[in-house]
Every structure is written in C-alpha cells, then in structure tokens.
Design a protein around this ligand. Structure first.
Ligand SMILES: Cc1cc2nc3c(=O)[nH]c(=O)nc-3n(C[C@H](O)[C@H](O)[C@H](O)COP(=O)(O)OP(=O)(O)OC[C@H]3O[C@@H](n4cnc5c(N)ncnc54)[C@H](O)[C@@H]3O)c2cc1C
Length: 547
C-alpha cells in the first residue's frame, strides 16, 4: 500500500529532550490543527503518528494503483471556516468541490427524490410526493438555522463548568443563557428538543411524505448506534446540518484529492510554521512523574521529552492504554471506563469500471443522480428494523446504504474512465452474537449490500473491480478508534458540551498536569470539524507558553 501524504518516519532509540515544548499524540486532523496553531504561536511542536500516513479518519490512501481513496470519512461540510481561513488551507492545497444536487434517493416503486442545494429543483422534487412538504421544508430549514445561530458559536468555545463559580465560567454561562433567552419560547423549545429528543417525531410533525422523512432521517443515525425513534438522534441530525461548503450552510461537498486533502493542507500549514510531523511513531506510554507529564515513550523504545503532551487519540486510548492507571484519580478512571463506544457503522470502498445505471434515473454517463449522496433506504421503519437486528448483535438483514461517487466531480481520485464509490452502511455491530467468524460475516454482509444496490442499479455488481470492507473492528484497528466509534465516543447528550469527554474535564485538560486532549473525544465532538483541535490549542496557550 502506498500512503498518500505520509510524513517523516520516526527512527532510532534513545532519548530526545529539550527540543520540544509540546508533543502531540496522533496526526488526526484535530491534532494537526492543534499543532498548527501552537507552532504559529511560537511553540516547538512535534506530532507523533503511529500509522505510515497522517490524517487519522480524515485520510486519502492509495489502496489500489491510481485510486485516492477516502478510506474513512468521505464528505466534508463541518470543517470550521475560521480554521480554513486562519491556517490558510487553500494556500496549502485544500479545495472543496460542491455537489449539486446533494442527495438522490431511488425508491422500490421506481420513483426517486433529489434534494438541494438548488431551492427550485428541491421544491419541484418534493412536490412529486407532497406539495405540502415542499412548502414545509424551507420553514423547517429556517427553524434549524435559528437554532444553529444559537448552537454554532458554542462549537469554538471551551465549555463552561456549571459546577464552578469562577468569573470566567459565570460569564460564559450568562452569555449562553442570554443566547437561549434570545431564541424565544418557540425556538427555545425546539432547541431543547433537538438537543435531547429523537429525530423521528420531529420529522413526523413537520412532514407527511415518507420519502422526504426517511431521506432527512438518515443523517440522524450516521455513526450512531441508534434508530431515529431514539432520544439523542435529533442532535446527531442537527450536528450534520451545522456545516457549510464555500459559505453555503448545510451543504456537503467533496475535497479534491479525497479527505486527506484536508489533513495534508493542515499539516502543510503546521510545517510551514515549524511543526515537525513524524509517522510510524507509535506512542506506547505517556510518561508521568509527580502528577505531571514528562514526555512519551515510543513503541520502538525512543523517549521524547517535553513539558506538555496533547493527545488526539480517544479518551479510552489516552487514559486507558497510554497512561498508567495509578496516575489517575479513581473517579476519573471510572468515568473514562464508562464511556460509550458502541458502533455499528461499516464502510465499503469500491473501485468501479462504470457508474451505476439506476432504473429510476437511467444512464452510465455522469448525471445528477451520481453527484450527491445516494441513499438506499425506503422507509423509517426500514431503519428501525435494521437497528433492531444490530441491537441483538446481528448484521442488519436490510441495511441502510449511503453511497457517494467523488470521481464524478474529482478526476484526481480514480484512473481515467473508472470510478470510486464510498458505501457507508448502518448497521453491522462491533461484536456479533451469531457466532459467525468476523471476516466471513463482514464479506457476506458486503455481498448483501451489493445485492441491495443491484436491485436499484442492475449493472452495479458487474461494474465492481475491487472492494475494501471495513467493519467496526477494522475501523478500530486501522484508525485507533475504540469500538469502531467514528466520533471518538457517542454523541449523546450525556457526552456533549460540558460532559465531553467527562464532566469536570471538558476544558481540554486532564488530572495530570501538562496533559491535554485535542481530538474528537472533546467538545464539540466527531466529524471533520477541527474545532476540538482549535479549542485545545487556545487552552494550552492560555496556560502560558512555557510549563
Ligand atoms: C468510516 C468513517 C466515516 C466517516 N465519515 C465522515 C464524513 O464523511 N464526514 C465527517 O465530517 N466525518 C466523518 N467521520 C468522522 C470523522 O472522520 C472523525 O470524527 C474525525 O476524523 C476524528 O478526527 P480526530 O483528529 O479527532 O481523530 P482521529 O481521526 O481518530 O485521529 C487520531 C489519530 O491518533 C493516532 N493514534 C492513536 N493512538 C496513537 C498512538 N498510541 N501513537 C500515535 N498515534 C496514535 C491514530 O492513528 C489517528 O491517526 C467518519 C469516520 C469514520 C471512521
């Protein structure tokens, strides 16, 4: 395998000290953001990544010659515009490719629905199923925008600690309260329901056509071990509409060269500011003495010393594996042990010799049906039943498929005339109750997914040249994401904002002096947003440039 965008290999035994002000564990996109901001502030930074390629779950890898595969994350909208601007990512090669339309859903009865961002097209499309829903959608989106105006500013803030009476905390809480008050009673109630409730009842109140409801509901369960009728899924849905592409709210796009284009651009910015990035440099231990960090020990025995360490790995990896348990207060260690890493998301990366020819919208020449996200999911109950299987440890008999074909808009990701498809699938559990060996079960599941897609696009199976199937166990092994949880831990209310990763430690610090967290395990959580990395850098600098 060739790694697109590899850094410098780590090498040699011995001890390196005095060279760095801070060590960053992992080169996920968040950790790279932290590295870039700290290097720009004048700190001597080294990033240590265990894999041969940087980016974590935001990566492009050449798993077949001539293909740049976004093996994990595959579409972007969440990356914060402030970060794109401040780190000058365009200068370092970052380019967004907006999609129009953004979604295509073929249905078993031969009809289909396409959505956005073109508002007239969206209205015409929804009217095919319900003129009333076509009128309701802009009002629903306006309500989400108003709620987003309240929640979005919190993404780039350090969550306050509601149990602390320091002036800074009280000021932040007061500002939040004021923002909530300004929402008014109606939107305030909507915000509370979005933060705590289930997606399904909200969608059922707003809309009547099953086709629109189910298309919107898919965002509520992506990466979540939950069905749309379960509390918490409204926030997952909302989390997915908070981003933008080139300034247009809620629009998802492809990144030229694959998602690694983001991580490589951030790394370019960090390097330009003086940060050093090493790959194949697995951290085996975070070294602690007298309650303060001293540096890290690599798997090859090398010790790298620095007065501060920031970890971009998840909380389970950081505190459960890299830090000795005796260094942690018991209640802290117990809270980390209790974090929810359940997951049932499976990814299939597919190389294609031709584009799928959908019965509902025929053609193998690139068309609007190929540009956006292709949803294969006919009803809300279909998702509920798929989840029910996973709940009992069985792969869903009828899984929900979300397919994207970036090669339709980006000619750099597949050889000429060929195509690349991402299939993101719910639900295939991390642990199986069926007794079937994992390898066998995941390949059989991938076959089932291919059969389902072939029902909608009869040429699909014979168009496949190659496939890579990543079950939650593979996602854990490959990217270091515990339980295969794509968000570095569940995004449920009990793990958000001042509760992320755990109550009392949402300010990017830890019980160990000089040890910080800077990945998606912290507020505001998963997705390629960069906000965790940004906020962590601000807190590290707030503690002063030296120790
Ligand atoms: C299959 C999949 C699909 C997804 N789809 C999307 C999508 O389309 N859009 C979107 O916005 N988000 C998506 N996500 C979520 C998003 O990719 C992640 O939430 C985000 O990339 C997390 O970034 P991070 O920098 O916080 O951490 P990570 O990407 O988890 O990076 C952590 C890094 O730390 C390294 N590491 C761990 N332990 C060590 C160690 N001991 N020593 C050295 N290095 C170590 C890991 O190798 C990794 O590189 C998806 C995720 C997955 C897995």
């Amino acid at each position: 395998m060739t790694a697109a965008g590899a850094g410098t290999r780590s090498g040699g035994n011995g001890t390196q000290s005095g060279r760095y002000d801070i060590i960053i564990v992992g080169a996920g996109h968040n950790a790279l953001v932290t590295a870039a901001y700290l290097a720009r502030a004048g700190l001597r930074v080294v990033v240590l990544e265990r894999r041969e390629v940087i980016g974590g779950a935001c990566v492009s890898e050449e798993i077949w010659p001539g293909y740049k595969v976004s093996t994990a994350s595959y579409v972007n909208s969440l990356l914060r515009p402030e970060i794109i601007r401040e780190l000058e990512l365009a200068k370092h090669g970052f380019e967004m490719l907006p999609r129009n339309p953004s979604a295509f859903s073929p249905f078993p009865d031969g009809r289909y629905l396409m959505l956005g961002p073109d508002k007239d097209m969206t209205r015409r499309e929804i009217s095919k199923f319900s003129p009333r829903d076509a009128e309701a959608l802009p009002k629903y989106e306006a309500m989400l925008e108003r709620v987003a105006d309240f929640i979005e500013p919190t993404l780039m803030m350090t969550p306050p600690d509601p149990w602390s009476l320091t002036p800074r905390n009280l000021t932040t809480m007061a500002k939040l309260g004021w923002g909530f008050l300004k929402l008014g009673r109606k939107d305030g109630a909507a915000a509370v329901e979005i933060l705590t409730g289930a997606a399904r009842p909200i969608l059922e109140r707003w809309f009547e056509s099953e086709q629109l409801k189910v298309l919107l509901a898919t965002d509520a369960v992506i990466g979540a071990m939950a069905a749309p009728s379960m509390p918490g899924t409204a926030y997952v849905l909302f989390h997915h509409v908070m981003g933008e592409t080139n300034g247009v709210r809620g629009v998802w796009g492809y990144v030229r060269g694959g998602m690694g284009g983001i991580s490589n651009a951030i790394a370019g910015s960090a390097r330009a500011a003086g940060a050093e990035i090493r790959t194949q440099a697995e951290v085996a231990r975070i070294l602690v003495r007298n309650g303060a960090v001293e540096g890290v020990a690599l798997a090859d025995g090398t010790e790298v010393r620095a007065p501060r360490v920031a970890s971009g790995a998840d909380a389970h990896v950081t505190f459960g594996r890299l830090v000795e348990r005796r260094e942690l207060p018991d209640d802290f260690a117990a809270a980390i042990d209790a974090l929810d890493y359940r997951s049932a998301s499976l990814k299939i990366n597919v190389a294609l010799r031709e584009l799928p020819d959908f019965t509902a919208c025929p053609g193998t020449a690139p068309g609007p049906q190929h540009r956006g996200t292709i949803h294969i999911c006919p009803t809300l109950d279909y998702i509920e039943e798929a989840y029910d299987d996973a709940k009992y440890g069985r792969p869903a008999r009828n899984p929900m498929l979300e397919c994207t074909i970036p090669s339709v808009l980006d000619d750099t990701v597949a050889p000429k005339g060929q195509h690349l498809m991402s299939m993101f699938i719910q639900y295939f559990p991390y642990a199986l109750s069926t007794g079937q060996p994992m390898e066998e079960a995941k390949e059989a599941f991938a076959d089932r997914c291919f059969d389902i897609l072939t029902q909608y696009a009869p040429n699909f199976r014979r168009a496949v040249i190659g496939r890579q199937v990543l079950a939650p166990v593979d996602i854990e092994r490959r990217y270091g994401l515990t339980g295969g949880n794509i968000m570095q831990g569940a995004m449920s209310l009990s793990s958000l904002f001042f509760m992320r990763p755990i109550a009392g430690y949402a300010n990017y610090r830890s019980p160990i002096r000089g040890l910080y967290m800077c990945g998606a395990a912290t507020h505001p959580g998963g997705g390629v947003m960069g906000a965790s990395g940004h906020n962590a850098a601000r807190e590290i600098l707030r503690d002063g440039k030296g120790k």
